[in-house]
Design a binder for this molecule. Structure first.
Ligand code: THG
Length: 373
């Protein structure tokens, strides 16, 4: 296979050198940065995440920082979820749409202070969107990308590690999606009880990129007694547990309701995209739905993953796409996420998949996307 060139146009996270030294074998490109996706042992990394603790370079989850007197009103205008009552020190997961009501990101919104907010973004150019809306609608804010890079520690032993690092009191008082500023050995960060797994854990938002190696080394050293090792956001675990990967599970024309994020859209407020979504709700269907599927894979190689969206067919007619598929250690079979026409998205529906020699078909399961399988 050809290789991706490492160069100046794609940025490196402050933890990049540490991840290479630790043996990262695979990277993806996320927010124009390299982000590790494997250290060569996907099943081992999965089991460590579920039974121990794992440390992840998720520096590519960039922040869009919003500062100014209108910061709260601005965030509430761009967010499909109501964040108008979000308190400093709290965070909320929030879909963001363009004016056509199409999902363009699904960040965690952190209120740091009344006039200072972060949108901790998935892969997409949310900064330009925010700058354009702020300018065109006359909000008194500035939107920019600060020097902030999250390092996640995830897994059932992450709380013990956090106690050792930050002390019992901080950990006791930090509820889910709560955050605060803290320093460790002079390394400045914001700690938030969050992360892209359902195994529990924290994200350490490093606020001085020159200290990446120092933070990495400290976490690795203190975590040693819990068997910590480097890992990455893990598709097996997150698909088993219904976490959305914007851009993997969705395409450029996905409505937040189609993506299963309707529960996070507060439709009684005039956010960007609200009217377009409301207009679509008047139509007979919501076009498509993201569903869990069992996938019939030809070769039972547990490391196989869907490397592209595969067309789904019913009686030869297009019915949508199989977007993502992985082996599930928990269920002992291949599972995936498919974006399907509503007419073909009912539980039990069998669909053909156009992936000759790779996938023969798939069946919609009765667990709605968002729940754990
Ligand atoms: N951490 C940070 N930024 C991120 C992600 C992250 N940006 C992109 C991406 N991940 C966002 N995706 C999610 C999806 C779900 C959750 C977190 C990030 C999540 N949801 C909870 C739930 O669905 O129950 C809580 C929602 C809530 O109460 O607001 O945890 O991982 N920094």
């Amino acid at each position: 296979m050809p290789e991706i060139t490492i160069g100046s146009r794609i940025k490196k996270s402050p933890f990049f050198a540490a991840t290479i030294a630790a043996g990262a074998t695979h990277f993806t490109i996320y927010n124009r940065m390299y982000m590790p996706t494997s250290y060569g042992d996907p099943l081992g990394e999965y089991h460590r995440l579920k039974a121990g603790v794992s440390m992840w370079d998720v520096g590519a989850e960039r922040q869009v920082e919003i500062i100014g007197p209108d910061a709260r009103a601005f965030c509430d205008r761009v967010s499909a979820r109501n964040v108008s009552n979000l308190k400093p020190g709290r965070a909320r997961y929030a879909p963001i749409c363009n004016h056509n009501g199409i999902l363009i990101n699904d960040p965690i919104v952190l209120c740091l202070a009344e006039d200072r907010w972060w949108l901790s973004i998935a892969d997409g150019d949310l900064l330009q969107h925010c700058q354009a809306i702020a300018g065109s609608e006359g909000f008194d804010v500035e939107a920019f990308e600060p020097d902030v890079s999250p390092l996640a520690v995830q897994g059932p032993k992450a709380a013990d590690l956090a106690r050792d690092l930050f002390g019992d009191e901080l950990v006791e008082n930090l509820g889910f999606f709560h955050h605060c500023e803290v320093e460790l050995d002079g390394i400045p960060m914001v700690i938030c009880k969050s992360g892209w797994s359902r195994q529990g854990g924290y994200e350490l938002f490093l606020t001085d990129g020159s200290r990446g190696q120092a933070l990495w080394d400290l976490v690795a050293e203190v975590g040693e007694k819990y068997g910590i090792a480097p890992g990455t956001p893990h598709h097996m675990e997150r698909i088993e547990n219904g976490l959305l990967s914007y851009g993997s599970d969705t395409d450029d024309d996905t409505d937040p309701f189609e993506a299963g994020l309707g529960q996070w859209c507060d439709m009684d407020r005039p956010f960007v995209g609200r009217d377009a979504i409301t207009a679509r709700h008047g139509e007979p269907n919501r076009r498509r739905r993201l569903v869990n599927v069992d996938v019939d894979v030809v070769d039972r190689n547990e490391l196989w993953t869907a490397d592209q969206p595969y067309p789904a067919l019913v009686q030869g007619q297009p019915a949508g796409f199989l977007r993502t598929a992985v082996w599930s250690p928990k269920l002992d079979r291949f599972i995936g996420l498919a974006l399907l026409s509503v007419a073909h998205a009912a539980p039990g529906t069998h669909l053909d998949v156009d992936a000759p020699g790779i996938v023969t078909g798939m069946t919609v399961t009765d667990v709605p996307f968002g729940a754990s399988l």
